[in-house]
Design a protein around this ligand. Structure first.
Ligand SMILES: Cc1cc2nc3c(=O)[nH]c(=O)nc-3n(C[C@H](O)[C@H](O)[C@H](O)COP(=O)(O)OP(=O)(O)OC[C@H]3O[C@@H](n4cnc5c(N)ncnc54)[C@H](O)[C@@H]3O)c2cc1C
Length: 413
């Protein structure tokens, strides 16, 4: 079968790898370019479910190179909660044993390894047409691409999703994010408070006014999941160490999504002035090109739609805010189910049946993923009120100091 995938992102490339291995003909249309060497902007936490899928979809040597390019649970054992002065409020253990954190750049470069010939860059999809025998895609340059099935993996705001389901697939949330990347290691930069907070993994510092800062050190050079020197024939893609921060807060108090780098930097400096000096210092240490204002979206409940030869995966069907840290893992999970469904399929009736099965399976977990990803934002929203903030942080800090144990976290809904 000839399969067209729109979008060479996380889900699209993972699917392409699996479908090519299953013997299908695959063309990937990408509106931009494949990721080139260089820093990635941010790093992704992939859960064990996603890692199990990748172990199945990728050639063994490529999967080993992936492990050698990121860090495992050994360096990401806990999520530590702090107040804005970096005083500990508690922590939760990373329950997932086979988690991998990897830069988005290395992940995409490795997912494209060996299949770049199948990717057509600068081809932005506009619409699809379904006939009894095939399906074709028209791109904005006026060209068409024809195949037996189209997999829409073009992320949030997909034009093909709009045509298929009549909506853009995501409602904007009343919270936004500014994120950035600081090259180097916290301790080497003199950020001892942050280095301490990140000793066991990730950290979330909760501030006043409904703001919170997520912090994570990414250091695959010293803490890879697999020793890169014994990785095998495919070279690991190792990034230099960096610190990732993301300031979450009410949309109305953040700059607009079109704000430039200097505006973003000034805004974060202003908003974190009263925080711990290490945090207040971060904007000045941040690589300016990495500064991003991210609007947060969440998918409405995933609808059931009549199955056709056009299907969806990843953010194109169930976009989630990064607060759940699960959007990429879910795109890979979708890829696994879709590749399984299409393996061995050769004719149209069998194809539609297989796609229908995939869509049912994906819908069964998609809504829970979206709800779970919004929960931390709800929690933060409640802390906007100064009395609530003071009461919650004081109680949690006292409990933690007296017992060394965290109070239970808010429920996921
Ligand atoms: C700051 C941040 C941190 C995150 N952290 C995590 C994390 O720790 N763990 C996690 O699991 N997830 C995380 N996520 C979410 C994760 O990045 C996304 O959920 C994931 O990339 C979705 O994969 P996808 O394949 O659906 O789409 P994408 O990876 O976004 O890929 C879509 C691709 O389609 C292309 N495209 C778009 N429109 C068109 C078109 N019309 N025609 C052709 N091509 C098109 C795009 O250029 C892109 O290459 C984070 C996101 C952000 C912003």
């Amino acid at each position: 079968m000839r399969i067209i995938i729109s979008g060479a992102g996380v889900g699209g490339l993972a699917t392409a790898q699996g479908l090519l291995a299953a013997g299908h003909e695959v063309v990937v249309l990408e509106r931009g370019e494949l990721q080139q060497a260089g820093p990635s902007g941010y790093r992704l936490r992939l859960d064990s479910r996603a890692m199990t899928v990748l172990a199945r979809l990728l050639p063994a040597s490529l999967f080993t190179a992936l492990l050698a390019s990121g860090s495992g649970r050994a360096v990401n054992q806990r999520l530590t909660y702090l107040d804005q002065r970096l005083r500990p409020l508690g922590s939760t253990r990373e329950g997932d044993r086979d988690v991998l954190t990897i830069g988005r750049g290395p992940l995409l470069r490795l997912l494209a390894h060996g299949i770049a010939d199948h990717v057509r860059e600068h081809r932005e999809t506009r619409s699809f047409q379904i006939t009894p025998d095939h399906v074709s895609i028209t791109t904005t340059d006026g060209q068409t691409e024809t195949g037996d099935v189209v997999i829409v993996a073009e992320g949030a705001h997909s034009p093909l999703r709009r045509q298929l389901l009549g909506d853009t697939g995501g409602r904007v949330l009343d919270a936004g994010m500014v994120s950035g990347r600081v090259p180097g290691r916290a301790a080497d930069l003199g950020l001892t408070g942050i280095a301490d907070a990140l000793r066991h993994g990730y950290a979330l510092a909760t501030g006043r006014g409904g703001f919170g800062m997520f912090l994570s050190a990414h250091d695959p050079v010293t803490g890879p999941a697999v020793d890169p020197t014994v990785a095998g024939p495919i070279q690991p893609d190792l990034e230099d160490p960096y610190l990732i921060w993301a300031l979450l807060g009410p949309t109305g108090r953040l700059p607009g999504t079109d704000a430039g780098q200097s505006v973003l930097r000034a805004a974060v400096e202003d908003l974190t002035r009263a925080w711990h000096p290490d945090i207040a210092h971060l904007p000045r240490l941040t690589d300016p090109v990495s500064l991003r204002r991210v609007a947060l979206y969440a998918a409405p409940p995933v609808p059931a739609w009549p199955t056709t030869a056009v299907t969806l995966l990843g953010d194109a069907v169930h976009v989630v805010p990064p607060t759940g840290g699960i959007g990429a893992s879910t795109a890979i999970r979708d890829a696994g189910h879709l590749v399984d469904a299409l393996t061995g399929i050769g004719d149209r009736p069998a194809l539609l049946n297989a796609l229908h099965q995939y869509e049912q399976t994906m819908r069964d977990y998609a809504d829970d993923i979206v709800t779970g990803s919004i929960a931390p934002l709800r929690w933060q929203h409640r802390l906007r009120h100064p009395l609530v903030y003071t009461a919650v942080t004081a109680t949690r800090a006292t409990t933690f100091a007296l017992t060394g144990r965290s109070l239970p976290l808010p429920s996921r809904n």
